[in-house]
Design a protein around this ligand. Structure first.
Ligand code: ATP
Ligand code: MG
Length: 280
């Protein structure tokens, strides 16, 4: 009995073959290779139709569409969108306690001796919040959606450039924080069409204890990490306030929404367009 070769299997995965098609067995190589050709032809046709529909109808990839839906959902609940620079000053990372000995330090892309590509949105949100707390009445909710960059070694769930959504709310009653964090996680999950998820308490290198939002299908996948303040990091930002904050990877949200186990086709890419591999 013969199975797909590694190369055949990879090509079928690229072409979004379904799980059943990937585990077929054949009498001999000739039968296998013939089936491969027929299957590839059919899959290429399907992918071309999909890409054609995207061109005629939505005209925007899922990453942009979901970002828009999240903007609508969050602004609808009173959160204000902010747009901060993609480049981050080293001293802001230091304020997050990310100095040279910190585990995240090895993952930073440095642009020059004083600037890096932001690995997270939180430092800039803290920065802005300090001023907004002076100007606006509390509670104040803001969010940002934008690229973050980390040197990663793992493949299927990590990419060096990903899109983060970070939502935070400052100045809410102390006892309301936990429920609010759950509510925000629920709002994001609902917007993404993810109905199966769980909340887990984790230890984080930056925030101490965090509350993770974990997707469960097809397997456990961290979708977001939330934290609460007052927090030891707040001092460095001269913030003395209650808060909740939660950061999600948009590509992971798309992946979970599709019940997929590979991130590749949802990322900013030169080889994929809206989940379709361009070498058709
Ligand atoms: P993980 O443990 O999966 O590496 P993390 O805990 O390091 O993630 P956080 O710092 O909590 O990640 O970032 C918030 C969210 O951003 C994560 O829950 C995940 O959805 C997303 N994310 C983080 N790193 C990446 C990456 N390299 N590629 C894609 N998404 C990422
Ligand atoms: Mg995390």
């Amino acid at each position: 009995m013969k199975q797909w070769t590694e190369t055949q299997k990879n090509r079928l995965i690229e072409l979004c073959a379904d799980a059943q098609e990937l585990v077929q067995v054949f009498e001999d190589e000739t039968q296998r290779n013939k089936t491969f050709q027929t299957l590839v032809t059919a899959l290429v046709k399907t992918q071309k139709i999909k890409l054609g529909k995207m061109r005629d109808k939505e005209r925007r990839p899922g990453l942009c569409r979901l970002s828009d839906q999240l903007v609508e959902a969050l602004t609808g609940k009173g959160f204000v969108q902010v747009t901060t620079p993609t480049m981050m000053a080293k001293n802001l990372l230091e304020k997050m306690s990310i100095t040279d000995s910190h585990p995240l330090a090895k993952q930073i892309f440095w642009v020059d001796s004083k600037h890096c590509l932001r690995p997270m949105l939180a430092p800039h949100l803290y920065y802005i919040m300090k001023d907004l707390l002076r100007i606006w009445e509390k509670p104040i909710g803001i969010f940002e959606i934008g690229s973050c960059f980390r040197k990663e070694s793992e493949g299927a769930r990590h990419t060096s450039e990903f899109t983060m959504l970070n939502v935070c709310e400052f100045g809410l009653p102390m006892e309301a924080r936990h429920a609010r964090l759950e509510e925000l996680a629920g709002l994001v999950m609902e917007t993404c069409g993810i109905d199966d998820y769980k909340l887990e308490t984790e230890e984080s290198a930056v925030y101490g204890s965090t509350i993770d939002v974990v997707g469960v299908e097809p397997e456990d996948l961290e979708l977001g990490s939330g934290a609460m303040g007052p927090h030891p990091l707040d001092d460095a930002w001269k913030i003395n306030e209650t808060w909740v904050g939660i950061g999600f990877g948009i590509e992971r949200l798309l992946m979970a929404g599709d019940k997929s186990n590979t991130l590749g086709k949802y990322t900013r890419s030169l080889t994929w367009l809206d989940g379709v591999r361009l070498n058709l």
